[in-house]
Write a protein that binds this ligand. Structure first.
Ligand code: IDP
Ligand code: MG
Length: 148
């Protein structure tokens, strides 16, 4: 069972697309095991997007992601990382397939609505940036119930 970090970015919150985005991931078959609303500060943005430091779009990216509140969530499921990336669509919404979140609701690469971890390894790191263990709930698929 994999976990992935999802961020519903500032423009998606502003456009009232939170429910739509969460719904698409839930209906895909993924389980939400943690969520919160927060405004990222510069320090968190730098840590979350550390891999992009030095790139031409980095400053614009940090300004955008810290501008207003986001929703952070952890989704769980088999192959959750890959399934979420496919459900999101390509980074550039102009190239994302219709039927994907980015392909249906976005057009600008800097305003592509949603973040999803790109590997299991990065998911583990990113989840730690946004959630403490006590904020994550455990769900048993076999028993079809929440634990603890
Ligand atoms: P991802 O979100 O699909 O994983 P990354 O390559 O990790 O894409 O880039 C992180 C974020 O940086 C993207 O979601 C996008 O918002 C922004 N970004 C990536 N490339 C560009 C670009 O060429 N111009 C402007 N923003 C970009
Ligand atoms: Mg990425």
């Amino acid at each position: 069972m994999e976990r992935s970090l999802v961020l519903i970015k500032p423009n998606a919150v502003q456009r009232d697309l939170v429910g739509t985005i969460i719904s698409r991931l839930e209906r895909r078959g993924l389980k939400i095991v943690a969520t919160k609303m927060l405004q990222m500060d510069e320090s968190l943005a730098h840590r979350h997007y550390a891999i992009h430091q030095g790139k031409a779009f980095f400053n614009e990216l940090v300004t955008f992601i810290t501008a207003s509140p986001i929703i952070a969530a952890i989704f769980e499921g088999e192959n959750a990382v890959d399934i979420i990336r496919r459900t999101m669509g390509e980074t550039d919404p102009a190239k994302a397939n219709p039927g994907t979140i980015r392909g249906d609701f976005a057009i600008d690469i800097g305003r592509n609505l949603i973040h999803g971890s790109d590997s299991v390894e990065n998911a583990v790191k990113e989840i730690k940036l946004f959630f403490s263990n006590g904020e994550i709930f455990e769900y048993s698929r076999e028993a079809d119930k929440w634990i603890g």
